[in-house]
Design a protein around this ligand. Structure first.
Ligand code: SF4
Length: 331
């Protein structure tokens, strides 16, 4: 770990002004991924700005019916919130499927969005890696790539985004609120994370020094039927091989609304918009869900070791949609 200066921000404006004054600074809150990266020299900030005491810890009802999650609300507090468990069960279950209780107690809403891939080549500095050092190469493409991307990858990076919570937020059309010395702005969740392209070193569309202040969940009455299905190598404390966040609104046997997102497949939480469009107005039955799963995976480009993900994802989509169409619950 390199030497760095530690400061504790006293207010939001203090935090963003400090970050603006030192382009090599980083914010720290729960630190559950950042500290791991510091230890192996992946991140070498000159200054850590501790934002953990700022007043961003509330879960608030907004006048328009949306729910505002402060960036410093712990993952545990979100998953335990009775309103969220009832109205956005997809989000609560996604969070509970990730990490461990101790990590969820420390991890924050904002930090969850900013965790970086767990590609083993990225963490092992004996290997080159375009995400760690642009232009050096991607050993995963010809190496062990069982856990890597099947959608939206590039010749420069085939890593996947690790978050479960972000799959749920993608499905729920969340909005990310950020602040800088220039003011505040909102970023639709679909535009927050990036595909790797030829700049895999950039995971998000945050500008330098911008700080996440909240995540907003728009109202969605039928999100109560939402489910989160996560498939992994072991039953706990493991990242998704494939995950599916789904919510479906069925009336009179026909699909009136649907949200479908996947994790473990791409550099960002993957919203299956073509499959959603296909599903609207169709009968909520297994044949329809099977076709939707085919559509969701039709552009998949598996690597040497991860072809199994294509079929696994199709089956997971079918099951998640089926369970959600029956009212939701544990998948
Ligand atoms: Fe690095 Fe991305 Fe390749 Fe992994 S997949 S080695 S993170 S460039």
């Amino acid at each position: 770990m390199n030497n760095f200066t530690y400061t504790r921000a006293t207010s939001l404006s203090d935090a963003v002004n400090q970050a603006d004054a030192d382009e090599n600074s980083q914010f720290i809150a729960g630190g559950t991924n950042l500290v791991d990266r510091l230890k192996v020299f992946l991140d070498q900030p000159s200054q850590l700005i501790d934002i953990s005491r700022l007043q961003m810890q509330g879960i608030e009802d907004m006048a328009d019916g949306s729910l505002r999650l402060g960036a410093l609300v712990s993952n545990t507090a979100v998953a335990d919130n009775s309103y969220i468990r009832h109205n956005y069960p997809l989000l609560a279950r996604a969070i509970l499927s990730g990490a461990s209780q101790q990590i969820r107690n420390m991890a924050t809403v904002g930090g969850n969005l900013l965790q970086r891939t767990r590609c083993p080549y990225y963490y092992d500095t004996a290997f080159p890696c375009n995400k760690r050092q642009p232009g050096t190469g991607c050993p995963a493409i010809t190496g062990i790539n069982r856990n890597h991307a099947i959608l939206g990858a590039s010749e420069d990076c085939v890593a996947v985004h690790p978050s479960d919570m972000c799959v749920a937020l993608a499905a729920l059309d969340a909005v990310v609120e950020v602040a800088s010395p220039q003011g505040q702005r909102q970023i639709p969740f679909a535009d927050f994370h990036r595909l790797p392209g030829n700049t895999p070193q950039q995971d998000t569309n945050l500008q330098p020094g911008e700080l996440i202040t909240a995540v907003i969940l728009p109202p969605l009455s039928w999100a109560k039927s939402g489910v989160y299905l996560k498939i992994r190598d072991r039953a706990s404390y493991s990242f998704a091989l494939i995950s599916v966040g789904a919510a479906i609104n069925v009336r009179g046997g026909k699909i009136q609304g649907v949200r479908l997102a996947m994790g473990g497949v791409a550099h960002k939480p993957w919203r299956a918009t073509a499959a959603e469009e296909f599903l609207l107005g169709k009968s909520a039955d297994i044949a329809t869900f099977t076709k939707a799963a085919e559509i969701a995976l039709q552009s998949a480009q598996p690597l040497t070791h991860n072809g199994y993900k294509v079929e696994l994802a199709k089956r997971a989509i079918r099951r998640a949609l089926m369970v959600s169409a029956q009212g939701g619950g544990i998948v």
